[in-house]
Design a protein around this ligand. Structure first.
Ligand SMILES: Nc1nc2c(c(=O)[nH]1)N[C@H]1C(S)=C(S)[C@@H](COP(=O)(O)O)O[C@H]1N2
Ligand SMILES: [Mo]
Length: 386
């Protein structure tokens, strides 16, 4: 009899408790290392795996793989090896294709640095609360993605004029009553030279939990477009009627009162990410002696560049411009830095407020919406000067 069978038999009897101590060493060993190498992250769900990155681990331009957040609607597919993988391209194309990972590697390679963010990042901060994974600030990260252009693949199959959407499917299979995860991308975004089918993340083969061996990278758009475990592209004249396109990932077309129900006809698909900033240093709750305090972080706005970031250290009464560091790179978060002197002991609230190149400014209070998407109000940390 195995331990598990023994435990099953003993369940509900005093015997289970008596057996547990002898099992404990085995369990500790089994839990010593996270199965996906995400030991440093905050686990929000085990199956499917969902992990958020603590802000303290987001202080670098490129997020290391072991610190990159994970969002899975469904369990990770059992087989994610490059060997034998095939990506089918079909629908409104002249020649349906089936491409291997080597076929994709033989196409011209592009590497782009993309800030990927889940549309639900910050959901935990909405009032009234909204159902779904309660992400705080860390469902975001920036990686270098290498792959073939989606446009090159579509051209090779000969996309017909009737094709208006590319429906993407991954190899993850639904659990219970959950519908399969299918997303579509409109043809102009699909054909954009920066849209890729990636096989590498930060210079190494994409790890299983991040979509091995192939994933779409739809840069600047909310994370759910970037289909992991990509195995099918269907070119279609029609929009996808999948639950994940027709119902989920939609946002009200007009402002709604917090908590209000919104009619389906007043909801439109999410596309690009909105302007946002994140203070990565100092950390919330940090303590300092009186003197200079260096503030730094990142700002991003999806497909749009960051124009400026302002910082307030007096509850938003006055704002000072932060320095933007390095050159602007499309789809990549921009570093900002600011220094101020906290000359007397007090509690300081530090706020950051980004403005993008189209003039959009982070709001003081995020716009509530039924699914809790696109939380992007001023970032804030409180520090104590003693
Ligand atoms: N096949 C598949 N692709 C997927 C998902 C998924 O559940 N299945 N999750 C999406 C969502 S909601 C996000 S935010 C990103 C997360 O990518 P990451 O786990 O590599 O950070 O992947 C997207 N691609
Ligand atoms: Mo997401």
């Amino acid at each position: 009899m195995t331990r598990r069978e023994l435990l099953a038999l003993a369940r509900g009897t005093g015997l289970a408790a008596a057996l547990l101590p002898s099992l404990r060493p085995v369990r500790v060993l089994a839990q010593a290392r996270d199965p996906w190498g995400k030991d440093a992250l905050t686990r929000l769900s085990v199956r499917p795996p969902d992990y958020e990155t603590p802000v303290s681990l987001l202080d670098s331009a490129i997020t290391p793989i072991e610190h990159f957040y994970v969002r899975c609607h469904l369990p990770v597919p059992a087989a994610t090896g490059a060997e034998g993988w095939s990506l089918r391209i079909e629908g409104e194309v002249a020649t349906p294709l089936s491409l291997s990972v080597s076929d994709l590697r033989a196409l011209p390679a592009v590497t782009t640095t993309v800030t990927l963010e889940c549309a639900g990042n910050g959901r935990a901060f909405f009032t009234p609360p909204v159902a779904g994974i309660q992400w705080k600030k860390g469902a975001v990260g920036t990686a270098r993605w290498t792959g073939a252009r989606l446009a090159d693949v579509l051209r090779r199959a000969g996309v017909q004029d009737t094709g208006r959407f590319v429906h993407m499917t991954g190899a993850d299979r639904p659990l219970g009553t959950m519908p399969p995860f299918v997303r579509h991308v409109p043809m102009d975004k699909a054909m954009h030279p920066d849209t890729v089918i990636a096989y590498e993340m930060n210079g190494q083969p994409i790890p299983p939990v991040h979509g091995a061996p192939l994933r779409a990278i739809i840069p600047g758009w909310e994370g759910a477009y970037s289909m992991k475990w990509l195995n099918r592209l269907q070119v279609s004249a029609a929009a996808s009627d999948s639950f994940w396109v027709a119902t989920a990932y939609r946002y009200p077309v007009k402002r709604v009162a917090p908590g209000a129900a919104v009619d389906a006809k007043d909801m439109a698909p999410l596309t690009g990410l909105v302007v946002k900033s994140l203070i990565t240093t100092p950390l919330d709750g940090a303590a300092f002696a009186p003197g200079p305090i260096r503030v730094a972080g990142f700002a991003w706005a999806g497909e749009t560049d960051i124009a400026r970031v302002d910082v307030s250290t007096n509850h938003g009464e006055t704002w000072q411009p932060a320095r933007l560091i390095g050159a602007a790179e499309r789809y990549t978060w921009r570093r900002f830095e600011y220094q101020f002197t906290a000359d007397r002991p007090a509690s300081y609230l530090i706020l950051s407020r980004a403005t993008d190149a189209s003039g959009n400014v982070q709001p003081a209070v995020s716009h509530w919406n039924p699914s809790g998407y696109l939380w992007n109000e001023y970032d804030r940390v409180r520090v104590e000067v003693k």
